[in-house]
Design a protein around this ligand. Sequence first.
Ligand code: PMP
Length: 399
Amino acid sequence: TSLFESVELAPRDPILGLNEQYNADARTGKVNLGVGVYYDDQGRLPLLESVSKAETARIEAHAARGYLPMEGIAGYNKGAQTLLFGADSPIISSGRALTAQALGGTGALKIGADFLKALLPNAKVVISNPSWENHRALFERAGFPVETYAYYDAATHGLDFPGMLASLRALPAQTIVILHACCHNPTGVDPTFEQWQEIVQIVKENKLVPFLDIAYQGFGDGLEEDASVVRLFAQQDLTMLVSSSFSKSFSLYGERVGALTLVTSSKDESVRVLSQLKRIIRTNYSNPPTHGGTVVSTVLNTPELYTLWTTELAGMRERIRTMRVQLVEKLKAHGVTQNFDFVLDQRGMFSYSGLTSQQVDRLRDEHAIYAVSSGRICVAALNSRNIDYVAKAIASVLT
Ligand code: PMP
């Protein structure tokens, strides 16, 4: 008998399953709004010029590929901290922040989860309802019970702020709270800065453990603006964790570029905490890969490339914004009477469109347009060639 005889087939990832269906669809003009990546107006995954220049410099330097330190490239980690807290932040100068390069935002969350499990073995984790689907799986796999806090209000297509506050108020001390620092995935709905000020007070009073996930910095209102929640939390003298992903902002998905940053209460604490993170990294994958990290570090630390990158990032952000505006206009033009203005208030790549799973099925069956059954659409998959077709199709399934 085989050792693996009793192994069951794991359920397949719903979004990856959607991509397979899309790829197998022979209809011309098909549109995949189920993806979680940014496409340009030609419907292509961009290779940023800033990235390309940094790569060329790296290849021309004929750099050897030795092992990196367990915590990764120093310039990369410094760059990640600067994006989060700002160049002049006392959090950085006082040594209260420590960062480890990580295998994407996912890797950052996992290192953080493993660290927290050893520190708080009896704590639970709460995630927003709904959240990025991997949050629950990842923290459960790390050994935590995972519950949800109220977040999205389907009736208003906005935030259930009273519900969110009530959920957070009811949590016992040391509950780990996963918060999307900007551009909430999957809804696109973010609290306002004033609402965040209330949230942070509850986190503080109830001694909750904030774990901020920032996977779309630069896709909301701007690089600095999108960090304002991280900076708000940091200013409260809170200890916290932050997972950064550069997958989207550098269009380097497959390079696994992310970072885990912790804010401690002293430099001495930071040294001890980093030593523990290094043990977790050592026993998982020893050290991060060189290529993507070097490229990101070069862009972040070379003034001309940094300026070019911020311009390219602004271009991606503004294109998504344009698609939001056009989608709402075109829905109206195609006779939709329901109010879709909420799409304009949402931030980042995604929109909870309000479409029901039956309407999503009809979009697929009748129009070859693929979306997640929750109604989540990737606004960054819309472009000047497909937006009219998509708006017309949505109009037809709404009536
Ligand atoms: N957090 C959120 C909210 C995300 O949406 C994603 C990726 N889509 C991640 C983390 C993980 O990012 P990465 O691909 O860099 O692992």
